[in-house]
Design a protein around this ligand. Structure first.
Ligand code: ATP
Length: 136
C-alpha cells in the first residue's frame, strides 16, 4: 500500500487538536505507522518548501512552521495521498468544506500565512522525498 507524510502544523499542536486530527485519520481507516514531535529547523523547512521559495508567503510560512512543535506522521493505506488531501480539505480554512479537517477546525486568523492545521504530500514523488526528510 501507499504512504504519505502528514504534518500537524504548530497551530494544530498549540490548539490541542493533535488527538482529534489523528483520530480522523484512523477513523478513515488509514494506519499510523510512525509519529514524531519536533520543532523543525529552517534547513528542513527550506527543503520541504523549496517549491515556494520566492513567493510572498514563503518567509511567513517558514517562520510560522518554526514557531512551535509540529507532529510528523507516516500514514499508510491504498490511495492515502489522495485520500488524506480530501480529508484535509482546501488550503483556505475559511472556504474548506465542512466535514474536512480544515473546514471543521480551522479559520482565517488575519495573518500573512494561511494557518491551516495540516500538511499532506501531494504526489508519490513528494511523499517519498518528504518522508525521507522528516523521518531519516
Ligand atoms: P493544498 O495543496 O491542499 O492547498 P498545501 O499545504 O499543499 O495545501 P501549498 O500550496 O503547498 O499548500 O502551500 C503550502 C502552505 O503555504 C499552505 O498550506 C499554507 O499554509 C501556505 N499558503 C499557501 N498559499 C498561501 C497564500 N496564498 N497565502 C498565505 N499562505 C499560503
Amino acid at each position: 500500500s501507499e504512504e504519505t507524510l502528514v504534518l500537524i502544523k504548530p497551530d494544530g499542536v498549540a490548539r490541542g487538536l493533535t488527538g482529534q486530527i489523528l483520530a480522523r485519520i484512523e477513523q478513515k481507516g488509514y494506519e499510523l505507522v510512525d509519529i514524531r514531535k519536533l520543532t523543525p529547523s529552517r534547513d528542513v523547512l527550506a527543503q520541504h518548501y523549496a517549491e515556494h521559495e520566492g513567493k510572498p508567503f514563503y518567509e511567513p510560512l517558514v517562520e510560522f512552521m518554526m514557531s512551535g512543535d509540529v507532529v510528523a506522521v507516516r500514514v499508510a493505506g491504498n490511495r492515502v495521498i489522495e485520500g488524506f488531501r480530501s480529508l484535509a480539505g482546501a488550503t483556505e480554512p475559511t472556504t474548506a468544506a465542512p466535514g474536512t479537517i480544515r473546514g471543521d477546525l480551522g479559520r482565517d486568523w488575519g495573518l500573512k500565512v494561511q494557518q491551516n492545521l495540516v500538511h499532506g504530500s501531494d504526489s508519490p514523488e513528494s511523499a517519498a522525498r518528504e518522508l525521507a526528510l522528516w523521518f531519516d
